[in-house]
Ligand binder design. Sequence first.
Ligand code: BGC
Length: 376
Amino acid sequence: MKPLFALSWPCVCVCLALTVAPFWSSSADAVEIETADDIQIYTLKNDSGMTVRVTNYGAIIMSIVVPDRDGKMADVALGYNDIASYTNAVDKPYFGAVVGRYGNRIAKGKFTIDDQEYTLAINNPPNSLHGGIIGFDKVIWDGKVDDEANAVTLSYLAKDGEEGYPGNLNCSVTYRLTDDNAIEVDYFATTDKATPINLTQHTYFNLKGEGEGTILEHELMINARRYTPVDETLIPTGKTPAVQGTPFDFTTAKPIGRDIAADNEQLKFGGGYDHNWVLDKGGQTGEMTLAATVYEPTSGRVLEISTTEPGIQFYSGNFLDGRLTGKSGKKYVHRGGFCLETQHYPDSPNQPTFPSTILEPDDEYETKTVFKFTTR
Ligand code: BGC
């Protein structure tokens, strides 16, 4: 296994680009673009003054600036102002990135398709996490702006055998900012060999503003009556028990911190919440459903997440520990951000009872997630 801190070629390109080349700005069109060599940073703005900054490095959302109930703006996404800080961050937290080819864990880095066993790097022992050592969060995507739609599409060709996965996978993610303060995220992919795929967005939110303490007082509702408990290595057991009567019951909104310290084996395994919920789809598999709502009482900001996906990973920022200092110079404390990653369930390629994540050559992978911001 390669050491985690090894510099990959994309990292080297990025570091060079950032040390030798200034960024050039162009703002004649709706979407503002800053360019330095292969790296672009796109700023989407809407009529309500909301802005979203996105880069083609890792398809990362670098910032989301939204109003509170009094119209005061704050950046609610953890991360950095420059690409080098993303590549240098200790423990690689995947701030804002698209993770792939397979978001979350595959047990022991192994799966079998059509009697052929595939082996992935064990980058989160004893498992493979978030697509491997150089996942989609650490590669350079091709960017294309659609000014009329106020959108940017990022495309990436993952080669057959890259990180151990089969098939040339052509994929894209489109970020569109609407005038009603929603970020629409559309994923699309095709392959020339059957492959697992599970793309998701790994933004860490703090609706008070990035760096403004913990997220424990945020009130979370997850539209799910079941979840997928895990073993001590965070691989699902395959069961989907009811959340009712457990700390995992977010069917009615409650502060994230209310039950997080409960004496519960699952919470011990995750160091807090780090689990997948089975969304209540009302029989509407593949249709948009409300997956989660988060309300932050001091600012009044509300985040509503809808998706076509069957699951959502709620990760309460358990591995943040104050070592990382974010874009405005504030430390990212333990549980200083949460992720709500719409997805298929972890380890699906090895779990026959979970919805399939195998994309066949004659199929199209198409999923959608919307992050909508309002206030209360
Ligand atoms: C995973 C966590 C992991 C985090 C950062 C989340 O999606 O569920 O276990 O630590 O990403 O890598």
